[in-house]
Design a protein around this ligand. Sequence first.
Ligand SMILES: CC(=O)[C@@H](O)[C@H](O)COP(=O)(O)O
Ligand SMILES: NCC(=O)COP(=O)(O)O
Length: 241
Amino acid sequence: MTHLSVNLNKIGLLRNSRGRDYPNLIAMAERTLELGAFGITIHPRPDQRHATYQDAYDLKVLLKRFPGAELNVEGFPDAQFLDVVLDVEPDQCTLVPDDPNQLTSDHGWNIARDQDALRPVIAKLKAKGIRVVLFMDPEPENMALAKDIGADRVELYTEAYANAFGKAGFEQVLETYQQAAQAALDAGLDVNAGHDLDLNNVQALCEQGRIMEVSIGHALTVEALEQGWNNVVKAYLAKLA
Ligand SMILES: CC(=O)[C@@H](O)[C@H](O)COP(=O)(O)O
Ligand SMILES: NCC(=O)COP(=O)(O)O
């Protein structure tokens, strides 16, 4: 079985677009955990347009009511992000090589280049008992170095997988991901995966048993809208009849 951590960034984005607390991100997290999800993921960026740093503190309080459930905070390890994460002490911190103004995450770490910066960051997080995950492209040859610099897990960046799903050449792309996951396992790392996973494509990635956790937000939010839309439009029409 693969754990599901629901990314609530898009709930934060919707909330922030109207300047009041609706939808309430913590209430959505509570619902999600009551439904049996393993965890909640947020990815606060420097402009806090999605989840905010305060959300990390509030989620930490909520998660205390759900023993065994996990909080995963993702992001680029700048000074502010690290201060918050070291203070909140989530179960897991996923380090992502985002630029400050990035639209969304679109690549994994170049560990050979960035290892000197990453080593002390990883050590600080682990000293607080936080599991450290590195966001990685599916490159089997880089997994041993991820282990060497102290990571506990990698998260495979799955946009290429999602783009290939259902198209010619998909089997080859899947094979690349399975090889990267196996290389990570062989190096002593556990394996997470995420980005653009959805109800159609998630099973094929996870069914060989190598993926411990997926974090899903964008498609899950869209799917929730699509699957709930008809009922809500009908409910409004009934009110107005
Ligand atoms: C690392 C990653 O892939 C996700 O955290 C993603 O960046 C979050 O989604 P948004 O960019 O849509 O907030
Ligand atoms: N780590 C990936 C994540 O949290 C969610 O990515 P997406 O489903 O919003 O693309």
